[in-house]
Write a protein that binds this ligand. Structure first.
Ligand code: NAP
Ligand code: SF4
Length: 683
C-alpha cells in the first residue's frame, strides 16, 4: 500500500503544501520553512562542519527554505557571552561551509539576525529602557540615540555580511520579546525621544532596520521579518499597531513576514505538547487582508495533514516548522513521496531541544538523537548481518529494534503486552499529551516496513532465547512501579498509576496522589480535566489560558477562564518545598500553572503514616492530619526490571541492557531512546 503510493498521489493529497512559491527573487519548491531554532551549533565557528551537515541533511530532505539559529549583529546583542555573532568580515568565511553544503544539497538558507536586548544573559545588555526582564538576571542599559543608530547599522551590516557568506537571505528577529519587540511595547519602552511614546515612534526602530537592511543587500535577497502578531504579555502592542507595523515592514522591503507568537516571558504556553495543533494560525489569517507579501504561520504544526489544512484554509502562504525538522530531516521528502506515515514525529516535549538550549547544552531531539549529531552519531558499517533479539517494545526497545533493522540486521522484537509503546501508552492517554500516540504510529509503520519480526504477548525467557540462537540480546524490559511501603497500602482505595490511567478502576471525587514526579503531575492532569482534552479544541484551550481572539485587547490577553476540576486532588511528595521544581525547564511551569488553575493542592514535606477507611493519614510540618479521600494513587517512581539480564547464563551471546531496565532513576524517554540508538548504531 505504502510502496504503491506515488509522488503524484502525494502532491494530490497535499496540493497546497507542494505548490511552489514565487518570491520574486527566487521560487521556492514548497511551502515549508524550517524555522529558526538555536541549537548551540551556531556558537562554535571552528566547528561549523557540524551545522553544515545538520542543515545539508534538511536541504536533502527537501525543505523549501531554512533559517539558521540567531546571530547577533553586535556584542551587546549576544544571547550569552561568546554566543553566535556576525559583525566582522573575519567571521564570514566559516559560514561558507554552511551555505556551500546547503546549496550543494539543493537547498536555500537565510541567516537570522537576532539582537537579544534585555533577554541577553550577560552584563553588556542594552534595551530601549533600563527595565529588567522577569526572566533574566541583568538590568539592561538604555540605548542612547547614537546607540540606536549604531544598532540599526549593525543589523544592516550583519545582513550584508550574511550575503557575502553566501546566504540566500536573512530573517530579522522582531518577535518573542527580543530587542526589536522591546521597542514596540510600552512594557519595555518608556523612551521620550523619537523611538518611544507613540506607536509610530515605537515602531521606528523596526522599520528603519528593515529599510536599511534592504538598502544594504539589494533587491535579489530574501528578507524575512519575524513579526510578533500576539505578544501575550501585558502593556504590549494593540492589534491596529501590529497591522500598521506589518504594512510598513512590507513597504520597507520585506519579502516575507513570519509570525511570532508570545514573548519568552509570557505565561501562556505557545509551543508545548498541550497547546493544540495549529492553535495560533488564526492570527496570521487575520493579517492576510492587510499585506500583499506572503505570510508564514507557525507554532504546533507538526505533520503534513496539519500543514496542508492550515494552507488550504488560507491561514498563511507558508508554514514554519523548526522542531519537526529536527525530529525528521526527511519530513518533506517523505510527505512528497507518499511516505508520510513514516515521518518521525515531533511530540513538542522540548526535552532534548529547547530544554537543552536553556541549560547551555547542544540541542538534539528526543525522537531523533542524531539531530545536531549528524557527523557523530553515525552507523558503523555492517560486514555481516546478524540476528538480534530485542526484549521489550517500549521507546528504548523500539528505537533499538528499528535502528538495528535499518542497518540490515535481522531483528526479533518480543513484547509481553498486546501493544507496542511501553510507557508512551500511558502518556498518550493524559490530556494534553495526545501527541505521544504519534511515535507509536511511526514505530509501528517502521517495524512493518523494515520487516522486524514483532512478537506481541510473548514473554521471552532465557531458555527460549538461548534455543533460538540469537547472536546478541538487547534487554529493554523497562521498569516496575516502586513499592512505597506505606502501612495499609493494600486497602481497596489504593491503586497504581497504571490502573488509574488505563481506566481499569473507578476513581472517586477526592483523590490523593503519592509522588509528585512527572507521572504524579500527569495523573493529576488526568484527574482534573473533563474530556475531551482542551488540547484538541483550540477555542476551549484559548479560553482556558486567556488568549484574546477578538483582537480587542493589548497583548492578546484576556482573563483566563479554566473549567473547574471534576475532582478535589492532593499531589504530595516527601521532599520539602513545592512539588514540580524538578520538572523540565521549558514545560514544568505549564504543568504547575495548569494544576494550580484546577485547584490541585500541591504539598511538599509530607510523611505518609497509614491508609485506612478514613483515608490517607499524613504528617505535614509536624501536624498529623487525615486526608479523607476516596482513592490514593501511587506514583512513587520506578525500579529497573532487569531480571532477564541478571539471570542470563548463556556464554558467547552478548547481552546489552538499555532504557529503564538499565537505570530506572530519572527514567526518561530521552535517555532511553538516545542510549538505544547509540548502541544499535554500533552493534
Ligand atoms: P520521579 O520523577 O522519580 O518521581 C517519583 C516521585 O515519587 C517523587 O515525587 C518522589 O518524591 C516520590 N517517591 C520516591 N520514592 C518514594 C517512596 N518510597 N515513597 C513515596 N514516594 C516516593 O518518577 P516518575 O514520576 O515515575 O517519573 C518517571 C520519569 O518519567 C521522570 O523522571 C520523567 O523523566 C518522566 N516523565 C516526565 C513527565 C513530565 O515531565 N511531565 C511526565 C511523565 C514522565 P519524594 O521522594 O519527595 O516523595
Ligand atoms: Fe520535538 Fe521533543 Fe524532539 Fe524537541 S525534543 S524536536 S520537542 S520531539
Amino acid at each position: 500500500m505504502l510502496a504503491a503510493m506515488t509522488s503524484i498521489d502525494a502532491a494530490a493529497r497535499y496540493p497546497h503544501l507542494f505548490a511552489p512559491l514565487d518570491l520574486g527573487c527566487c521560487t521556492l519548491p514548497n511551502r515549508v520553512l524550517m524555522g529558526s531554532m538555536h541549537t548551540g551549533l551556531e556558537d562554535r565557528a571552528r566547528d561549523f562542519g557540524k551545522p553544515a551537515e545538520y542543515f545539508a541533511a534538511r536541504a536533502r530532505g527537501g525543505v523549501g527554505l531554512m533559517v539558521t539559529g540567531g546571530f547577533s549583529p553586535n556584542l551587546a546583542g549576544w544571547l550569552k557571552p561568546f554566543s553566535s555573532r556576525l559583525s566582522s568580515r573575519w567571521q564570514v568565511t566559516p559560514h561558507r561551509r554552511i551555505t556551500d553544503a546547503v546549496h550543494a544539497a539543493g537547498g536555500r538558507i537565510c541567516l537570522q539576525v537576532l539582537h537579544a536586548g534585555r533577554y541577553g544573559v550577560h552584563p553588556l545588555i542594552v534595551a530601549p529602557s533600563a527595565i529588567k526582564s522577569p526572566i533574566t538576571p541583568f538590568t539592561p542599559r538604555a540605548l542612547s540615540g547614537h546607540g540606536i543608530e549604531r544598532t540599526i547599522r549593525a543589523f544592516a551590516r550583519c545582513a550584508a555580511l550574511a550575503q557575502d557568506a553566501g546566504y540566500d537571505g536573512v530573517e530579522i528577529m522582531g518577535s518573542e520579546g527580543y530587542l526589536i519587540n522591546q521597542f514596540l511595547a510600552e512594557r519595555s519602552n518608556r523612551r521620550r525621544d523619537a523611538f518611544g511614546g507613540s506607536a509610530e515612534n515605537r515602531m521606528r526602530f523596526a522599520i528603519e532596520i528593515v529599510r536599511r537592511t534592504r538598502a544594504a543587500v539589494g533587491r535579489d535577497f530574501i528578507l524575512i521579518y519575524r513579526l510578533s502578531m500576539l505578544d501575550l504579555v501585558e502593556r504590549a502592542q494593540a492589534w491596529d499597531e501590529i497591522v500598521a507595523l506589518a504594512k510598513q515592514v512590507e513597504a520597507a522591503g520585506a519579502t516575507l513576514i513570519n509570525t511570532g507568537i508570545g514573548w519568552h516571558e509570557a505565561r501562556v504556553p505557545t509551543i508545548v505538547t498541550s497547546v493544540p495543533r495549529a492553535a495560533f494560525t488564526w492570527v496570521t489569517r487575520e493579517m492576510k487582508e492587510h499585506v500583499t507579501i506572503p505570510l508564514v504561520t507557525t507554532n504546533r504544526i507538526n505533520l503534513p495533514e496539519v500543514a496542508e489544512d492550515v494552507l488550504a484554509r488560507g491561514d498563511a502562504d507558508m508554514v514554519s516548522m523548526a522542531r519537526p525538522l529536527l525530529a525528521d530531516p526527511d519530513w518533506v521528502a517523505k510527505a512528497r513521496s507518499g511516505r508520510a506515515s513514516l515521518i518521525n514525529p515531533c511530540i513538542a516535549c522540548n526535552q532534548a531541544c529547547l530544554d537543552h538550549v536553556f541549560e547551555n547544552k547542544r540541542a538534539s531531539c528526543l525522537m531523533n538523537p542524531r539531530a545536531c549529531y549528524e557527523t557523530e552519531l553515525v552507523d558503523a558499517p555492517v560486514a555481516h548481518a546478524r540476528r538480534f533479539a530485542v526484549i521489550g517494545a517500549g521507546p528504548a526497545g523500539l528505537a533499538c529494534a528499528t535502528t538495528l533493522a535499518q542497518r540490515g540486521h535481522a531483528v526479533t522484537l518480543f513484547e509481553q503486552s498486546g501493544e507496542i509503546g511501553g510507557q508512551f501508552n500511558l502518556a498518550r492517554r493524559i490530556p494534553g499529551k495526545e501527541e505521544f500516540a504519534e511515535p507509536l504510529r511511526y514505530w509501528g509503520n517502521l517495524l512493518a516496513e523494515l520487516r522486524v519480526d514483532v512478537r506481541l504477548r510473548s514473554r521471552a525467557d532465557a531458555a527460549t532465547l538461548q534455543a533460538q540462537a540469537f547472536d546478541a540480546i538487547v534487554v529493554a524490559t523497562g521498569v516496575t512501579p516502586r513499592d512505597p511501603r506505606i502501612p495499609g497500602q493494600d486497602h481497596p482505595m489504593v491503586m497504581g498509576y497504571h490502573d488509574a490511567v488505563m481506566g481499569t478502576r473507578e476513581i472517586g471525587k477526592r483523590v490523593a496522589i503519592i509522588g509528585a514526579g512527572g507521572i504524579g503531575f500527569d495523573v493529576a492532569e488526568f484527574l482534573t480535566q473533563v474530556p475531551p482534552s482542551p488540547a484538541t479544541d483550540v477555542a476551549r484551550w484559548t479560553r482556558e489560558w486567556g488568549v484574546d481572539t477578538s483582537r480587542e485587547h493589548r497583548g492578546g490577553l484576556v482573563k483566563p477562564s479554566p473549567e473547574p476540576s471534576p475532582r478535589e486532588v492532593w499531589l504530595l511528595q516527601r521532599t520539602a518545598g513545592r512539588p514540580g521544581r524538578r520538572l523540565n525547564k521549558t514545560t514544568g511551569w505549564v504543568h504547575r500553572a495548569a494544576l494550580k488553575a484546577k485547584g490541585v493542592k500541591m504539598v511538599g514535606g509530607v510523611t505518609y503514616e497509614k491508609i485506612d477507611d478514613a483515608g490517607l493519614h499524613v504528617t505535614i510540618g509536624g501536624n498529623p492530619q487525615t486526608l479523607s479521600v476516596d482513592n490514593v494513587i501511587v506514583c512513587a517512581g520506578q525500579e529497573s526490571n532487569r531480571s532477564l539480564a541478571d539471570e542470563w547464563t548463556a556464554p558467547g551471546i552478548a547481552v546489552h541492557v538499555i532504557g529503564g531496565a538499565d537505570v530506572a532513576a530519572e527514567l526518561d524517554a530521552k535517555r532511553a531512546i538516545a542510549q538505544a540508538t547509540r548502541l544499535a548504531a554500533r552493534l
